[in-house]
Design a protein around this ligand. Structure first.
Ligand code: ATP
Ligand code: MG
Length: 370
């Protein structure tokens, strides 16, 4: 099905559990900015998922509260423009909770247990014996976030695919059982494999805030450099002359994610492109330090404009909160409209249904002319 440009709507977001890192940047943030600026989308909604963050940070509400502004600063400094995109805070839209409550009837416990991301996260957080119900059901709440805005397009990293799958199932079920009110969303993954799940600087499968293996967008130049210089590479590459391996070599994965041809002209003109650099590394004779310095140049170039914009924004924090307040108000109106359609479809709109009241009157007082 081809979709009219005017119908395409983006929704995506992040949990305020820490500042945003370069995994977020390549996995979703960079794409959002391009889509926002492309003019091909009717609306772009960007949500700070504080209610979701609370599902596994029950003991730590202050962390969630503090990180709202951090995420908002990272958003705007990365190029999300409040004039073009609606930036809002999840908990300020109570309609989302109401949707979640109704969608819960459409999902079985067994289906949630099968969700690979939920499985994985339960393991990671040692929740096996004590999963908070709210955490367990967060895929349903994520379906509410997406469908409340009738989003067609959700730019995310690979770990979110099972969530999108579950949201699509909920939409399908709702539209079949009640009425075709909801829109089936599609995930939009980065084209480049390295960007779909950027590993941590420690070589672990995923850079993530809760693992502390991140390069943050707001890190200082020195912090970025130190993290890159101590990054995990190839443990078998002991001498410069040894042949190196690319498999699982984090520095090369980052180059896959960040490096463009013009970076060679600027910082490493002895090589014409990444394939040539990789081939030399595999042959032997190319040291890790040289490759890391190249990566550092690229990362500094990428992060510098973001850092500079952040410095400016940090001078006026109240206006950033104001952006979020206005965005939350605007988002709430849209969610309320969807909720009203959902309630009509579910036949729980008693007071707006003149026909229902007329029919009930007729039942109890037949023949009365009204
Ligand atoms: P937490 O540890 O709290 O879950 P997180 O670092 O996983 O934090 P999220 O807020 O859960 O970050 O993810 C926000 C978005 O960024 C999602 O679309 C997710 O797919 C994407 N993302 C997160 N980490 C990466 C990564 N390392 N590579 C690519 N995309 C990522
Ligand atoms: Mg996550």
């Amino acid at each position: 099905m081809t979709m009219d440009k005017a119908e395409k709507i983006i929704l995506t977001g992040d949990r305020p559990t820490g500042r945003l890192h370069v995994g977020h940047y390549v996995g979703s943030l960079r794409r959002r900015v391009e889509l926002q600026d492309s003019g091909e989308y009717k609306k772009t909604y960007i949500m700070i998922a504080d209610a979701q963050a609370l599902t596994d940070n029950i003991e730590n509400p202050e962390k969630v509260r503090q990180n709202i502004i951090e995420v908002a600063l990272d958003y705007i400094s990365s190029g999300l423009d409040p004039e073009k995109s609606t930036l809002f805070i999840q908990s300020q839209i109570p309609e989302l909770c109401e949707l979640t409550f109704y969608y819960m009837d459409l999902v079985t416990v067994a289906r949630l247990q099968r969700n690979p991301t939920v499985k994985n996260e339960i393991q990671m957080r040692n929740f096996e014996a004590s999963i908070p119900v709210g955490f367990f059901t967060y895929p349903i709440s994520q379906a509410s976030d997406i469908t409340a805005f009738k989003a067609t397009t959700v730019p995310v990293g690979e770990d979110q695919l099972p969530m999108l799958e579950q949201a699509r199932e909920i939409v399908h079920k709702f539209n079949t059982v009640y009425a075709p009110v909801l829109v089936e969303p599609s995930a939009l993954l980065p084209d480049n494999d390295a960007c779909r799940r950027l590993p941590g600087t420690d070589g672990k499968a995923k850079m993530r805030k809760s693992l502390g293996n991140c390069i943050y967008l707001a890190d200082s130049p020195d912090e970025v450099k130190n993290k890159i210089m101590s990054m995990f590479t190839d443990p078998l590459h002991l001498q410069v002359s040894d042949p190196g391996h690319l498999e699982g070599n984090t520095v090369f994965t980052y180059l896959d994610a960040f490096c463009r041809k013009e970076h060679f002209e600027r910082y490493l003109p002895d090589y014409s492109d990444l394939d040539e650099l990789k081939a030399h590394y595999q042959r032997g004779g190319l040291g890790d330090v040289k490759v890391k310095k190249f990566l550092n140049n690229i990362m500094q170039e990428t992060l510098e404009p973001i850092r500079a914009r952040r410095k400016e924004l940090e001078k006026d924090i109240p206006s950033v909160y104001e952006v979020l307040r206005k965005g939350s108000e605007a988002a709430r109106e849209v969610a309320a409209q969807t909720l009203s359609e959902v309630k009509s479809a579910m036949k729980i709109n008693y007071f707006e249904d003149a026909e229902l009241i007329r029919m009930q009157s007729e039942k109890y007082d037949p023949g009365k002319i009204r």
